[in-house]
Design a protein around this ligand. Sequence first.
Ligand SMILES: Nc1nc2c(c(=O)[nH]1)N[C@H]1C(S)=C(S)[C@@H](COP(=O)(O)OP(=O)(O)OC[C@H]3O[C@@H](n4cnc5c(N)ncnc54)[C@H](O)[C@@H]3O)O[C@H]1N2
Ligand code: MOO
Ligand SMILES: [Mg+2]
Length: 700
Amino acid sequence: MSARPPLTKELTVGLLIVSDTAAADHATDRAIDTLTAVIAEANAAIHGNTYEWLIEERRIIPDDKDKIQEKIKDWCDTKGLSLVVTTGGTGFAKRDVTPEAVSELLDKTASGLVHGMLAASLKITPFAIMSRPVAGVRGETVIITLPGSPKGAKENLESIIKLLPHACIQAAGGDSRVLHSGGIKKLEKEAGVIPLEGHDHHSHLYESGGLASDDAIGMSSGCGHHHHAPTPRTQQSGEAGGELRSNDLTGNVAQRHRSSPYPMISVKEAHKLIAQNIPAVGTSSAPEIIKRSVDAGLVGYILAEEVRARESVPAFRASIVDGYAVVHTDGVGIYPVVGVSHASPGEIKPLEAGQIARITTGAPLPPGATAVVMVEDTRISKTTEDGTEELEIEILASGLTELENVREVGSDMKTGDLLLGKGAEITAVGGEVGLLASVGIREVLVYRKPIVGVLSTGDEIVQHDRVEDLSIGEVRDSNRPTLLAAITARGYEAVDLGIAKDQPGTLEETLKASFSKVDVIITTGGVSMGEKDLLKPTIERTFAGTIHFGRVAMKPGKPTTFATIPFKNKISKPIFSLPGNPASATVTFHLFVLPALRQFSGFIGDDVYLPKALVTTDQDLVLDPRPEYHRAAVRIDRSSGNLVAKSTGGQRSSRIGSLEAANALLCLPGLGEVGDKRTRVPRGDKVEALIIGDLKVLDG
Ligand SMILES: Nc1nc2c(c(=O)[nH]1)N[C@H]1C(S)=C(S)[C@@H](COP(=O)(O)OP(=O)(O)OC[C@H]3O[C@@H](n4cnc5c(N)ncnc54)[C@H](O)[C@@H]3O)O[C@H]1N2
Ligand code: MOO
Ligand SMILES: [Mg+2]
């Protein structure tokens, strides 16, 4: 078994849908969405920062023992998932083989989990006795088998999910009592378990009825009802992971999917899939390294090398003030002015004790001088006859120390000092450019920034500056100018790919022509459920691309699609197909595309993502069923220093006006995600905001 990374708060999950029907036509599958929702709900119900479920794998496979075992082995042995959940194939029909396939793979059985699920099911339906679940542990992974009906699967999973973290952590070799802040008591509380005095945690779970003791248990079928009659395959099916889900371009409209075949994933999962499929520092597909000269054009790059000082700064002993260079031991008194040192190159006459030299800020100290006295601490004593030149000066300052008002050679920086580390960002503040310039570094190695192509799609879309009035049905292209502006302002080169008509050929030609010109492609429009929504089929069927996700649980931006299309020399081109609605396109650009561009240019870890702040809402905000990215203007309240958010008004996805003067996206939970079933975030509450623009100070 492969080494598993040390336990973190993330418990990774694989959902394996075993069904001949769903494997032949993914559009018929409901289980993935259903179980994803159960897991999202479980995450929302977790109190405190203890652990979190993260769905890493989702697959639909036929009722085939070998295929089931192959997937489970991969997920347990290679991927080291925390939990594998199967649905389907647990009934009495001939092709129901899931329990048999799973049993053979288990190192340990978990009869408690099986009893728990059955007990819960039987409370709801006597048909539960027709189900044959198995559960257990393989390596460090817990495996459970659920019935095939989405309702049954949901209720079964709900009955045990609160206790599964405990099982997963133990299976992975961790001590859940130590690992969880608040420990197992907390898990028990969340699961509704009443601990018995004097028993260890395992007996608590058992004797209290443990797994079945949650009030939330609801179970109806418990049976793995699903159709086994082989249905004609409506879609091509490639090797594992390569199944095509999009509509067939050659098919007629009556055959299109009537519900999206793409699972609805969370924003967090979407971020993870993007991060995994964009070149990243430290991976085999690391970003390209190029040489750039040190000038204004360096802003926004990430250094791909460590840079050390080639010279010392200052390169000579320099005065910090305007005044007189002296020998510090000379003390107060009247001294002849024997020379002048200006901040300009050239030889300077040496100074002896009993002499002084006029000097300006930044000028080199005459050899022999050891300190500088400010002009304010001196008095003129004797001038030339015409009164224009100083001959003698009285030094009033006493107790001078050696090198007072002097910058010693290399006191700001010495030759060989580390200037900037690998991974340092050259910011728009200018400090890093200045630092490099100060020691004569002319060129540095940096990670190349991506060139980004922007394509609008839609038969209705016309050039935004077209002079003629619009005909009925025509829409001015606002997405392309918006995105080109945002990309350029963020320091990336943008390529305008124009507008493609909703015709497979046009889209194909335009995209194909762009591959050699750009590193990342952004399209808008044509990704939802309409028969003219051609992006997904074109990516999958014309270009053999992989759609990593095609739906995200968010508003706006639900149909956001991210894919990679194979190009030359094993390079693949990432393509973000954003929804056509203007607010959706703009929000998803900031939320998904920008982090990808930053990762491509060498940013690492959380630095790729938008910065976050806690802000106070200045009005009630009504919650949407989907988690919402509510556009707002965040201001700094001058007196309190607090960040206050003002909504930009109507948040309909078509309203680009919702982004006017917006500098933040307020992260509002979806309805039902908040534990206390609130329907609104009340005025004065604090919410997380993603910062997309400059913060301003609140007027008045
Ligand atoms: N049956 C369903 N219909 C829709 C669903 C769904 O789940 N089921 N999702 C809705 C959601 S949410 C969104 S968002 C949109 C996304 O639509 P598409 O990405 O397919 O985009 P289009 O249909 O091409 O256009 C939508 C809308 O945006 C206007 N548009 C497109 N491009 C531009 C542009 N460059 N500049 C300005 N405006 C643009 C277009 O004219 C449409 O009005 O789908 C929902 N439907
Ligand atoms: O998700 Mo759509 O972006 O609501 O309009
Ligand atoms: Mg559409």
